[in-house]
Design a protein around this ligand. Sequence first.
Ligand SMILES: [Zn+2]
Length: 342
Amino acid sequence: MSKHPEPRVAIPTYGRDLLRGLPPELLRRPIVLTQPEPWALVSAGFPADRTRLHRVETMEQAVVDGVTAGLGDGSAVFGIGGGSALDHAKYVAWKRGLPLVLVPTILSVDAAYTKAIGVREGGRVRYVGAVYPDHLLIDYGLLQAADPILNRAGVGDILSIFTAIWDWREAGARLGEPYDAGVAAESRALLDRLFEGAAGIGCCSDAGLHLLSELYVGEVRLCELVGNARPEEGSEHYVAYCLEHRTGRHYLHGALVGMGVLLAGAYQGQDVGPVKRFLSDVRLDSSYRAVGTTADEVRSCLLGMGDYVAHESQLLPGVFHFRGGISAADAGAVMAAADLGE
Ligand SMILES: [Zn+2]
């Protein structure tokens, strides 16, 4: 028996041509937030004369507020596309109190499964609001039309459990932080299912996409249960954030987090062999080259981790906090263990 109340989660519908199965009244006067490629795949299903369409280019707060205010009345809000299209649709539905239909066309991020809405203010992401979709459509045909790497990259935020729960348990032992061994075990079970499903996710089969979606549902539920991201996020993300901060570049999140799991996991003293095998099986290349960085950049990022986590005070303590950063010798050993290229 969990001591936590059971949280509400989004419940996906799985299949093909799912938009056609929606109640017709939702399509009476639809508001659609989307992007050009996904819209081309679904536009035939919407009434051309009664659809209000916005192509999402940014989640910058001022722009999002302007667009939201300018949209007229509607029967339902549809978010169709990647993370920005879904977040914008969530924002409109939240502000206007309209029914919400989410149709992710890539599974690279968890925006379809979380209640919070990510908006940007001067480049920094802030989470606002709380909204659940009335319909969350996981349409295999639409997902399989995307570049497979954009679905495979979705494994990053499940794979991060590997290093996140190590940090969490250590924070409990060292700092007396509330650590829930039952939730950690449930989270670990999600990671085991991910490892077992590598082949299906790698080829974006119906079963692989179904699994990835269910793992998101499970992980978001666990984070809701404990009220923070401990079951999912830790030092692997801090390495990723630090590299983004230092280089100012954007990366494919899942590949970057995969790299972070290998580096942080090795520094934690874990055997990262199973993570390496998984990344190979799922065909998500997390080498420095594939991520879009270099060994030199990663080395200086690691050496700066002590300062980085000291300044970013919102980050819950992890291995770089516990050890006050990393020595040059340890950074070399960690990079050798991760084995991500020259
Ligand atoms: Zn992430």
